[in-house]
Ligand binder design. Structure first.
Ligand code: ATP
Length: 235
């Protein structure tokens, strides 16, 4: 479903991503792990179309979408939840949710169906649907940005650090929902600092170090074989 080959990304003279290749099949959840500065967010932002690669290619469902740009990427079936967790604070939860469906203006029945599905999956959002999004807790805002991303009916969902700064009970709920989305056939790329949680839900994982893939394998192989202290201290 997603094929990234030999991706390189530069910020001026800094080469943040130095030849990354990864694949995710339909319904597969891959985790992207690594220390701060390893290049995970840069990889995600490049796949999302927000950064242009210096080299390499990105394919979704076999179609070459390299350098397609953020809106084109959404139309090609890719949705992204960035670590900044941006909601429109003065708009209600329901309005925020609907903004995620703007590329589907002519599919009202489908949009209504998806909104109901998201409100069922995230009952806290249903309870708060007429509340301004800026009044939600951090965990609820995280749920909202995931649900909003799902409103474009993506084939592939990129999730950058969904557990960042959240209480353990909320993190558990969010991971449970990520599991539900995966079981519905969605392909997911998950960047996480919470390695244990990520490997619980992931099928496979890639460990990045200094802009390269240092290790990859099934979630079981990676948790057995990887010294995460070394990874996270950058050793
Ligand atoms: P974190 O977990 O801290 O988000 P990361 O693995 O996502 O880390 P990136 O944010 O992708 O890492 O950063 C990779 C490298 O690119 C780092 O050396 C970082 O300093 C550099 N970098 C990131 N953004 C920029 C930018 N806008 N301009 C210049 N360099 C950048």
């Amino acid at each position: 479903m997603l094929e990234v080959a030999d991706l390189e990304v530069r910020y001026g003279a800094i080469q943040a991503v130095r030849g990354i290749s990864l694949t995710a099949k339909r319904g597969e959840l891959i985790a992207l792990l690594g220390a701060n500065g390893a290049g995970k967010s840069t990889t995600i932002m490049c796949i999302a179309g927000a950064l242009k690669p210096a080299a390499g290619s990105i394919r979704i469902a076999g179609e070459d979408v390299t350098s397609a740009g953020p809106e084109a990427m959404i139309r090609k079936g890719l949705a992204t939840v960035t670590e900044t967790r941006d909601v429109f604070p003065d708009l209600t939860v329901a309005e925020n949710l609907m903004l995620g469906s703007y590329i589907r203006r002519h599919d009202r029945a489908g949009v209504t169906e998806d909104r109901e599905r998201m409100l069922t999956l995230f009952p806290r959002l249903a309870e708060r649907s007429s509340q301004p999004a800026g009044t939600l807790s951090g965990g609820e805002q995280q749920m909202l940005v995931i649900a909003r991303a799902m409103m474009s009916r993506p084939k592939v969902l990129l999730l950058d650090e969904p557990s960042l700064g959240l209480a353990p009970a909320i993190v558990d709920q969010i991971f449970e929902m990520i599991g539900v989305l995966k079981r519905s056939g969605l392909t997911i790329v998950l960047v996480e600092q919470n390695i244990a949680k990520a490997l619980e839900v992931a099928d496979r994982a890639y460990v990045m170090r200094l802009g390269r893939i240092a290790a990859s394998g099934t979630a079981g192989e990676i948790s057995a074989a990887t010294d995460f202290n070394a990874v996270y201290l950058g050793g």
